[in-house]
Design a binder for this molecule. Structure first.
Ligand code: EPZ
Length: 417
């Protein structure tokens, strides 16, 4: 097991460069099998999720050539075989192979996906979308067989603006006969990145980034080149760390509009933040005002940043609230924040935080990816040496976390125990 130790209480100064977006990458890699030639993708983050998806490509006999942060994916000799439970469970995004294999071959066989235990995370909307396109879904315990003689375009309304369901239905529909309309589609930037990738192959997708996406089925998808957008959640995490310990911290390679909701919240509580064309400079300060954040689908405040942001709220004067509306179990970091000295209580889907409180080092656990990021942020602030266990969760979504933080003056070590 890997652990991270952080000697906290230090100011951080310098520049952190943001990597390619995990939540785009984990959809782009499965989507790449849809091409009838080969796909080159650059700016891919070197994180464990990327490696896990490449392992799945290998089991499907897809030819993958990896350079440092780019990949050439050649599915021309691939085989449509069952993705085992072992591989399906490695990450939530394995389910994108369901849409991609269905879209390419008319059949997908795999198991219920893995992912952070932040809620029940059903996939009913994905399956409903596949059925609307003409597929039959057979479920045998955790095993899913989705198949269709012919996929036909359909009008699909999503009861929830689900990121995963929006992307998965897009993958299944690009080669379906006729037109598909996805209504109440999710609008996250990662969806736009995937739609652009598919259009670069010759797909006909319009409306990505709005709540209505239209897809005209095509017969052939050709060779293409594509770049992963910067990771807005990684950027947001380091921006929050800058508000806690920046002196100042420059976060480079950011698309500012992708972090709009965070920036406006930081300005509201009185954080000194400068937003440039593709960077953010942030200084830590004092006398931050308390506030309430309520998570929402894009462009609202992202659920993936509420856990790191709750660390900042422990330093704000007065009573702050975090209302989580997307997932039902996303407060697993709270007990560890309390162990560090925070005054936090949780009732139903609302965490109430009284600040400011001094945080003091102790041993904590990374219960899920973004809870782990919150522990790193708290440990950087806390006086003393904090030990974080289960850090495999964090390494899934933050490329070169230790190197990036060391580069701006953090005393952080990763150890195998
Ligand atoms: C994606 O998860 C992200 N993961 C999550 O990031 C992110 O928190 C989430 O979108 C919301 O933005 C990836 O992209 C790999 P959803 P996803 O489908 O697609 C319910 C991180 O930390 N729902 O938009 O699984 C679901 O239970 C991760 O990087 C259904 O009920 O999220 C949730 O309550 C965590 N039925 C809500 O919708 C379905 O069929 C939103 O889920 C699908 C979803």
């Amino acid at each position: 097991m890997k652990i991270i130790e952080i000697d906290g209480g230090r100011k951080l100064n310098g520049t952190i460069r943001i990597s390619g977006a995990k939540n785009a990458t984990v959809a782009l890699i499965p989507a790449a099998i849809l091409t009838d030639e080969e796909a080159t993708i650059c700016n891919i983050p070197e994180i464990t999720d990327t490696n896990d998806l490449c392992d799945i490509l290998e089991t499907l006999k897809v030819n993958v050539k990896r350079a440092s942060e780019s990949m050439i994916i050649d599915p021309t000799k691939m085989e449509n075989i069952e993705i085992t439970e072992k591989f399906s469970k490695k990450l939530r995004a394995s389910y994108y192979f369901m849409g991609a294999l269905l879209g390419k071959y008319g059949k997908a066989v795999m198991y219920f996906p893995g992912g952070c235990s932040i809620g029940s995370r059903p996939i009913d909307l994905h399956l409903k979308g596949f059925e609307a396109l003409g597929a039959t879904v057979t479920i045998d315990k955790n095993k899913y067989t989705v198949e269709a003689k012919e996929l036909k375009g359909a009008n699909i309304y999503l009861d929830i603006a689900s990121v995963g369901a929006t992307i998965n239905i897009m993958l299944a529909a690009v080669k379906a006969k006729g037109k598909t309309i996805i209504d109440n589609a999710a609008k996250e930037p990662e969806i736009v990145n995937v739609a652009t990738f598919l259009n670069n192959m010759g797909a006909k997708i319009t409306g990505a980034g709005t709540s209505t996406i239209k897809i005209e089925g095509v017969d052939y998808l050709h060779k293409c080149f594509h770049e992963v957008i910067p990771d807005r959640i990684e950027a947001g995490t380091y921006i929050i760390i800058g508000a806690l310990c920046g002196n100042p911290l420059k976060i480079d390679n950011v698309i500012p509009e992708h972090v709009d909701a965070l920036i406006s919240k930081l300005e509201e509580i009185g954080v000194d933040v400068e937003v440039g064309t593709d960077y953010v400079i942030i200084n830590s300060g004092e006398n931050y005002k308390s506030t309430t954040i309520k998570t929402a689908v894009y462009p609202g405040f992202p659920t993936d940043l509420q856990q790191p942001f709750s660390v900042l709220l422990t330093q704000c004067n007065g009573k702050s609230k975090v209302i989580e509306t997307i997932f039902e179990n996303r407060f697993m970091h709270i007990p560890y924040l309390r162990d560090l000295g925070a005054d936090v209580t949780v009732k139903n889907q609302t965490a109430t935080i009284i600040g400011p409180t001094k945080l003091t080092a102790t041993s904590v656990v990374a219960t899920d990816l973004r809870a782990g990021a919150a522990m790193v942020a708290a440990a950087l602030l806390a006086e003393g040496t904090t030990r974080i266990t289960n850090v495999e969760h964090i390494l899934r979504g933050y490329e070169q976390l230790v190197e990036k933080l060391t580069g701006v003056g953090a005393k952080i070590r990763i150890k195998e125990i």
